[in-house]
Design a protein around this ligand. Structure first.
Ligand SMILES: Nc1nc2c(ncn2[C@@H]2O[C@H](COP(=O)(O)OP(=O)(O)OP(=O)(O)O)[C@@H](O)[C@H]2O)c(=O)[nH]1
Ligand SMILES: [Mg+2]
Length: 441
């Protein structure tokens, strides 16, 4: 190949012409086939007050009757109900999950109404993250439950957004693609609807609520998406009832004064919603969920766990290094804790030892006291015995009295018998002994 034929593009990458058909132009077809075989999944979250037409709109959108009983208005809190269905259109399989709020807007205190919704969305991200972090992960088979689109049902009041709507949308906008829709829009006149849409849009902007914008970077859909962005929020009507209009059966709602056709663009924006949500931007919604919302959740979660891409000097920090640093930090903390526990143990042992010593000392003192008591008692007994024997004349003694013997600080006598000196210590014995005839002084 001539050097002139080789064009340099970027660093180390050259564009080279092919001299014949190779076959990699079939890659897009391979991708399509693989995707079709694998099937798709799409998850919609319907947020809206009880009875605003959430279930009816889902039935209308997917041309079927999903199960679902109406919710009561007496729920103590907001709950989320999720149902998954397998749908097939031509040869394309779609696993559709519809999640709906139950009891939304029914409580007197609506302060925490958004919380269960946020928690549910986070729980789906968390489940995906846990699967991603597994050593043996099966993401190709994983049932992805992350919410791809959140249809936010606005009540057709004609006034403005309720604070519940603003708070909830604000809490959700960084987690999910929000598509606001005006529900039951047949309840609002044409001129009111125009004003209502403008009011809603300005309230969303002034409160900094980011709603999903249909993408305009793909040329093939840029025009239609651009036009549709200007129509948001869509004013929709739902009905599963089919009425004969002209010679065609159409989805409509019949009233005493006339008929409103769901798929008539002059009557409502249902067709626009269906086009944008299902026929044009379903894949973008899935992609945005993964690349924007999930990515944000993942980043925050990993940062929370202490993982970073750069070190304090803004140099790249690999996962391995982060792990090592975290491990060392953990081991350091563990060592500190161990040392503190050891110190505490030594202190406790010292305290216990001191307590035991004190108890031992007390015991010794008690023992000495008892011993002395015992000796005194023994001496008294011996004195009595001696006295008895002296009285009976068995022993002849001479005695010397020391009325205040210094060693016992009490009256005291000494009896002398056979050269032995027998002390009598008990003062009680002294008097009778001195009076005794056996005692020769
Ligand atoms: N006027 C009017 N009524 C509607 C529309 N959509 C649904 N409805 C009616 O509103 C009532 C409630 O509809 P659902 O679809 O059950 O409402 P939901 O939001 O699913 O209610 P819960 O699941 O109980 O919260 C039904 O009687 C529907 O026929 C609509 O676009 N316009
Ligand atoms: Mg319902």
């Amino acid at each position: 190949m001539a050097a002139a034929e080789v064009a340099r593009q970027g660093e180390g990458c050259r564009t080279v012409p092919l001299s014949g058909h190779v076959g990699f132009d079939s890659l897009p077809d391979q991708l399509v086939n693989k995707s079709v075989n694998h099937g798709f999944c799409f998850n919609i979250l319907c947020v809206g007050e009880t009875g605003l037409g959430k279930s009816t709109l889902m039935d209308t959108l997917f041309n079927t009757k999903f199960e679902g009983d109406p919710a009561s208005h007496s729920q103590p809190g907001v709950q989320l109900k999720s149902s998954t269905y397998d749908l097939q259109e031509s040869n394309v399989n779609l696993k559709l999950t519809i999640v709906s709020t139950v009891g939304f807007g029914d409580q007197i205190n609506k302060e925490d109404s958004y919380k269960p919704i946020v928690e549910f969305i986070d729980a789906q991200f968390e489940a995906y993250l846990q699967e991603e972090l597994k050593i043996k992960r099966v993401l190709h088979n994983y049932h992805d439950t992350r919410i791809h689109a959140c249809l936010y049902f606005i009540a057709p009041t004609g006034h403005s957004l309720k604070s519940l709507d603003l708070v909830t949308m604000k809490k959700l906008d960084s987690k999910v693609n929000i598509i606001p829709i005006i529900a039951k829009s047949d309840a609002i006149s044409k001129s009111e609807l125009t004003k209502f849409k403008i009011k809603i849009t300005s309230e969303l902007v002034s409160n900094g609520v980011q709603i999903y914008q249909f993408p305009t970077d793909d040329e093939s859909v840029a025009e239609i998406n651009g036009t549709m962005n200007a129509h948001l929020p869509f004013a929709v009507i739902g009905s599963t009832e089919e009425l004969k209009i002209g010679n065609k059966m159409m989805k409509a709602r019949q009233y005493p004064w006339g008929t409103v056709q769901v798929e008539n663009e002059a009557h409502c924006d249902f067709v626009k919603l269906r086009e944008m949500l299902i026929r044009v931007n379903m894949e973008d919604l899935r992609e945005q969920t993964h690349t924007r919302h999930y990515e944000l959740y993942r980043r925050c979660k990993l940062e929370e766990m202490g993982f970073k891409d750069t070190d304090p000097d803004s140099k790249p920090f690999s996962l391995q290094e982060t792990y090592e640093a975290k491990r060392n930090e953990f081991l350091g903390e563990l060592q500190k804790k161990e040392e503190a526990m050891r110190q505490m143990f030594v202190q406790r042992v010292k305290e216990k030892e001191a307590e035991l010593k004190e108890a031992e000392k007390e015991l010794h003192e008690k023992f000495d006291r008892l011993k002395k008591l015992h000796q005194d008692e023994k001496k008294k007994l011996e004195d009595h015995k001696l006295l008895k024997e002296i009285r009976k004349g068995k022993i002849r003694v001479s005695c010397r009295a020391f009325p205040f013997a210094p060693e016992v600080n009490a009256p005291h006598i000494q009896l002398t018998r056979s050269h032995a000196i027998l002390p009598v210590s008990s003062p009680l014995l002294i008097a009778p002994l001195l009076r005794s005839p056996v005692c020769s002084k």
